[in-house]
Design a protein. Structure first.
Length: 315
């Protein structure tokens, strides 16, 4: 009888994990609550070991916390943590404050004209802020706190203001689409699911560390953040960011084709610059093919000549 109860509860935990990973938040929460109540009752009645009952209850709690929606405040502070981790590996370039100011003006123009502008972020935390990283590596990062980091190497690949705007629009798109938050949330759900199985099995055999299980989401997000920074976003997320970037560029009066120009430049520079952008993004050729189809939906007057002088001055 005890073996049957253990088996049923363990299967239920696997079902919960599947619902959580599929993004079925209400189903995950309801199943978790039902399983916790059942585990407590089974433990009190002596059908299962009290340690296993505790492990099942706390595993369920971990699952529930993993799928909870983050508030804008939480997203902002996670963004600060991401930024802090980026600055562990890179130094801010302070040699050209005028260029930093120029980049921030472009970002503000893009954000103001964006149909999906994150108004909560703008209202609470004063919008987007760009910093230059003192690195020849070709790369860029964005955080849910509105921070955008661009390396010197990537800036040098831009041949026009529109090309710079394309890079910044792509990073704004990652923020507005909440890709960093989704990446962290997915990692936490996966971690909770995997840990749940091992914890319950451990409780059934030699006992589990309930303190370790209870604190699974009280630990630092540093490891998850570093994984995200090192490996970047998914291929689909990069394509989605490119698609939204095209819309943002067109809304702000920039030529959406500039994103394709920038990707072609990155494709040329790839063989000479291993790591960085190459490691965290799909191949430029794939992105060019995907973005080229979507760019045909936009018709924008060519006003690039009006921006050449200020681009040259900023450089």
């Amino acid at each position: 009888m005890k073996g049957d109860v253990r088996h049923v509860l363990f299967v239920w935990l696997l079902v919960i994990g599947a619902f959580c990973l599929a993004g079925q938040v209400s189903s995950c929460t309801s199943l978790t609550a039902a399983t916790s109540v059942s585990a407590q009752a089974a433990g009190e009645a002596g059908y299962i070991d009290p340690k296993m009952a505790d492990a099942i209850v706390q595993s369920g709690d971990a699952m529930t916390r993993a799928v909870e929606e983050m508030t804008p405040e939480q997203a902002y502070y996670i963004g600060r943590a991401v930024g802090a981790n980026i600055l562990i590996n890179y130094k801010i370039d302070t040699s050209n404050p005028e260029l930093v100011q120029y980049l921030n003006k472009i970002v503000n123009a893009l954000a103001i004209n964006s149909d999906q502008s994150d108004r909560t972020l703008v209202r609470l935390y004063n919008g987007y802020h760009v910093a230059i990283l003192d690195s020849a590596e070709i790369n860029a990062f964005a955080t849910s706190g509105g921070h955008i980091f661009i390396t010197r190497g990537l800036l040098q690949c831009a041949a026009s203001e529109d090309a710079l705007a394309a890079v910044l629009a792509h990073e704004i798109a990652h923020i507005q689409l909440q890709h960093s938050i989704k990446a962290i949330k997915t990692s936490r759900i996966t971690q909770a699911w995997m840990y749940t199985g091992s914890s319950v099995v451990g409780a059934a055999t030699s006992g589990t560390s309930l303190a370790e299980l209870a604190n699974i989401f009280d630990e630092s997000v540093t490891d998850i953040i570093r994984e995200m920074i090192n490996n970047g976003y998914s291929r689909a997320q990069e394509f989605d960011a490119d698609a939204l970037a095209l819309s943002i560029l067109a809304s702000a009066g920039y030529d959406p084709v500039s994103l394709l120009d920038m990707l072609r430049e990155l494709d040329k520079s790839q063989p000479r610059n291993p790591g960085g952008f190459n490691k965290t993004h799909p191949a430029p050729k794939e992105r060019i093919t995907n973005a080229n189809r979507k760019s045909r939906a936009y018709t924008v007057a060519d006003t690039r000549s009006y921006r050449r002088a200020r681009f040259s001055a900023a450089r």
